[in-house]
Design a protein around this ligand. Structure first.
Ligand SMILES: O=C(O)[C@@H](CO)OP(=O)(O)O
Length: 399
């Protein structure tokens, strides 16, 4: 038996006025997910437990079968594991976004939480310079994917409060600066980084080409090394993860799963959907479990890009879900979970904590469910609501 998770990050949404009150999921052409919804079971999953901030860290931990209340110690420590950065007991890891801050009449606004989706190569050059100019035995900068990077503070403080930059798009930053013990040091480091970035050739070139510069860093998602059981320990299961972003790969590392790199996987709307589907099918020849994560719908929604989100959902359905469904004979008996991690409503341009619509499909049965297809409304009408961390045990039929 094979177990498959196919996850569209931020895929669910809310009724949208521009769609006549429908959601992107309802409007998108999704024949494969609709087929699974009819042949399987659909329901709602609460992937963001009460008291947690809605983010892909907490929500994907839930879908992986971990109760965040038991093991969550921050986002960046998970990403550090993917980057091969070993955190010591006194280290605090911080997510470092390259952002574009826009000045208006003496105030600074969050112009773009991704610095125009800066390329991984450009960002690596900026991180290298920041490390050369500002790195020392206290602070170390590590490069990641596109705008997503890592700062480690040796013997750092962690009683701090941050705001994720994608939660304050277009807003003035003055009410969202770091608070708590150590905030002063981090603001000093941020200001020093702004001085370095202002003179960096990568930013000069970006501006010459009409692109926004990465004119600041934005620190958030901090924490210390997590203690997590591996999948072998929890479920006696080995497997692999396919994702472009360090957060999901880092959860995979902590779970003792293999990470499969797919060429052209970008963590954005231009990712290699088909490659992710094909590599997943190939991996199932030897692995019993595969977790496939696609970032694209989330990024489109953060950009406020309604049609791009609909297209990302359709690409996910055709090239990831469809590729797996077209290979069912090759895969053999399997159970498939299709779900978002959290909603990212385009109208809000950030995450919410609302439960997400999931499909649980078993290739051995056909529920012939009387549903019109896969949507938030059909999942709600099912009357089934589970805690997010119960999805995986349900998928592998372990209670
Ligand atoms: O990587 C990030 O910074 C965020 C942006 O929203 O992505 P996700 O929501 O998937 O964590």
């Amino acid at each position: 038996m094979k177990y498959i998770v196919l996850l569209g990050d931020g895929m669910s949404d809310e009724p949208n006025d521009q769609l006549g009150g429908k959601t992107p999921l309802e409007v998108a052409n999704t024949p494969n997910m609709d087929r699974l919804a009819k042949a399987g079971k659909i329901g709602l999953a609460a992937t963001v437990p009460k008291g947690f901030h809605p983010g892909s860290d907490v929500a994907n931990l839930s879908v992986f079968g971990y109760n965040p209340a038991d093991c969550y110690s921050g986002r960046s420590p998970l990403e550090a594991a993917s980057m091969g950065v070993e955190l010591g007991p006194n280290d605090v890891a911080f997510r470092l976004n390259f952002v574009w801050l826009e000045a208006h009449y003496g105030k600074m606004y969050m112009g773009d939480f991704s610095a125009g989706h800066i390329s991984t190569e450009e960002a690596a050059a900026l991180i290298k310079t920041l490390q050369e100019e500002l790195g020392d035995d206290e602070f170390t900068f590590y490069p990641g994917v596109s705008y997503r990077h890592l700062l480690v503070w040796k013997n750092g403080r962690d009683q701090l409060k941050f705001t994720p930059p994608h939660d304050i798009i277009t807003q003035s930053i003055e009410d969202y600066l770091p608070q708590g013990e150590g905030a002063k040091e981090l603001m000093h480091l941020t200001n020093a980084a702004q001085m370095v970035l202002a003179h960096h050739p990568v930013n000069h070139k970006r501006e010459e080409n009409g692109k926004v510069p990465a004119n600041s860093i934005w620190l958030w998602g901090h924490g210390r090394k997590p203690q997590m059981e591996t999948y072998q320990q929890r479920f006696d299961l080995s497997g692999a993860v396919i994702s472009a972003v360090d957060l999901i790969k880092g959860i995979g590392v902590n779970a003792g799963l293999d990470n499969i790199e797919v060429p052209g996987a970008t963590g954005y709307i231009d990712t290699n959907y088909k490659g992710k589907g094909e590599y997943a099918v190939k991996a199932l020849a030897e692995k019993d479990f595969i977790y496939v994560h696609v970032e694209a719908p989330d990024e489109a929604a953060h950009g406020g890009l309604l049609q791009e989100k609909i297209k990302a959902i359709e690409d996910f359905d055709r090239d990831v879900v469809g590729t797996v469904l077209d290979s069912l004979e090759q895969i053999g008996d399997c159970r498939i979970l299709v779900t978002p991690d959290h909603p990212t409503p385009v109208a809000k341009r950030t995450h919410t904590s609302d439960p997400v619509p999931f499909i649980m499909f078993d290739s051995r049965t056909d529920e012939a469910a009387s549903v019109a297809g896969y949507s938030e409304a059909e999942a709600k009408a099912s009357g089934l609501l589970v805690a997010g961390h119960q999805l995986l045990p349900l998928l592998i039929e372990r209670g």
